[in-house]
Design a protein around this ligand. Structure first.
Ligand code: COA
Length: 179
């Protein structure tokens, strides 16, 4: 963060991805606390859990150079979700995962795909990652639909954090340059 303004990490046609800040708490708590949006999670997040989520991602920015970032509609300046890159340990192996949550009234407009494509490209070019995964609940067709649009395919079923989960993955495309 520079002089109180959260850092913009990426820009797409319609979106800005910038670092999350505690000022996002109300908007993010509405998304992560939505019982319909969060039906594949053990429970919708309480406000304190969303606050911890923001703080955890701020730690990730500092330690890993990435995390889940705020997704903001460029023209309206409206916060509509999060999307980004986090390290998740799956069956003992650290993996780079792309994750996303979009506010329900904005579903099905391609926003998660647009944000996640920018994150995917960032993972392969900026971070030089060899691989990227997406972890989702078996019934979460929306999450798997986004992962499919990124170019991921089904890899395996696992138990992750004591829950059955689907791993979709992709390798770094040939020719993707890391810098
Ligand atoms: C997953 C999520 C982020 C998708 O956001 P979105 O902006 O609506 O996704 P997109 O518009 O980019 O959809 C991309 C594709 O995913 C699939 N998809 C999206 N929503 C879907 C749904 N409700 N049912 C079935 N497929 C769906 C479609 O293939 C879609 O492409 P299409 O619209 O051209 O058919 C959103 O549903 C969400 O926030 N869900 C709750 C949080 C969550 O489960 N996050 C993932 C955790 S693993």
């Amino acid at each position: 963060m520079v002089s109180g303004r959260p850092e913009v990490v990426m820009e797409t046609k319609r979106l800005l991805l910038r670092e999350l800040q505690l000022a996002d708490l109300d908007a993010l708590a509405a998304i992560l606390g939505d019982p319909i949006g969060m039906r594949y999670y053990p429970h919708p997040f309480r406000r304190a859990e969303t606050r911890d989520w923001i703080l955890r991602n701020q730690t990730r920015y500092a330690e890993d150079g990435h995390g889940l970032w705020a997704v903001v509609l460029k023209e309206a300046g409206q916060f509509v979700g999060d999307c980004g890159l986090t390290i998740q340990t799956v069956e003992g192996t650290p993996e780079l995962e792309v994750g996303y949550h979009i506010e329900r009234s904005h579903w099905r407009q391609g926003l998660a795909t647009e944000a996640a494509m920018a994150c995917r490209d960032h993972a392969f070019t900026r971070f030089g990652s060899d691989r990227l995964i997406c972890i989702s609940s078996p019934g979460n067709a929306a999450s798997q639909g986004v992962a499919g649009k990124l170019g991921m395919t089904f890899e395996k079923n696992v138990v992750y954090k004591n829950l059955p989960q689907v791993i979709m993955s992709m390798s770094r495309p040939q020719g993707a340059v890391s810098s």
